[in-house]
Ligand binder design. Structure first.
Ligand code: DC
Length: 225
């Protein structure tokens, strides 16, 4: 009997997880789910509504009012927050600065993980994040753990942000990434760790094509099983 295939991609911020995840999804016609976008959209809602993150009741109430949806018209991330497309706004600095704190809140994680598990129930999916291979889909057929040199990561991210944030410096981006790595790996709730059975993919010196071919070679044995 055919079961659906889940490819879990975890790793540090700005390591190219979403680039490879999208490429895999496109090649194999899988659904791509950017789990980080969900935490970002929650952070945006909390920011806009001045939610006090230390107030559990306020956080729980706010979570009830948040409705997230992915529109999968192509292999890009199109996420709506209560029917408003927020895909661009969630990439801006105010959200980037807040999101790790929001993602460390227990109630937020419980809700996001529930929604993510639902998405992977019956369809072939590629999901990227921090805890996909450990907490969301511990039984995923294929798991990758991505890393890259921190300097290279900062340079890549800086280049991405510059068109919309011409004043942003490489140093600021580097600091933000270092801070997020620290928060993501040391938080109490589902910290970023490599699952024992995750394949390490260090892409410091790899082209996108090389990464894709490597990933496909690991997924192919599970296709048409
Ligand atoms: O991948 P990203 O940079 O868009 O993720 C945004 C934040 O959300 C980042 O601080 C880590 C957190 N995150 C998480 O805790 N668990 C996930 N599955 C995905 C992202």
């Amino acid at each position: 009997m055919n079961t659906n295939i889940v490819v879990a991609i975890d790793g540090y911020s700005s390591c190219g997880k979403s680039t490879i995840a999208k490429a895999i999804a496109k090649e194999l016609h899988f659904i791509y789910v950017d789990s980080g976008a969900m935490y970002r959209a929650v952070a945006l809602y909390f920011l806009r509504n001045n939610i006090d993150l230390s107030n559990e009741k306020q956080v729980a109430e706010a979570l009830k009012n948040i409705h997230l949806n992915f529109n999968s018209r192509d292999y890009e991330t199109h996420i709506t927050l209560n029917d408003e497309e927020v895909s661009e706004e969630i990439r801006q600095m105010p959200v980037s600065e807040k999101v790790s704190t929001v993602a460390a809140i227990h109630a937020v994680r419980v809700e996001m993980v529930k929604q993510q598990q639902r998405m992977g129930k019956s369809k072939n999916i590629v999901m990227d994040g921090r805890d996909i291979g450990t907490a969301v889909f511990p039984d995923a057929q294929v798991k990758f753990f991505m890393t890259a040199d921190p300097k290279i990561r900062a340079e890549r991210r800086h280049k991405e942000l510059l068109p919309k944030n011409p004043e942003i410096t490489l140093e600021e981006v580097f600091e933000n990434l270092a801070h997020r790595d620290y928060q993501d790996t040391t938080r109490k709730e589902s910290p970023l760790v490599r699952a024992d059975d995750a394949i390490i993919l260090d892409n410091t010196d790899l082209t996108q094509k090389e990464q894709l071919l490597f990933a496909l070679s690991r997924i192919e044995p599970f296709l048409n099983q």
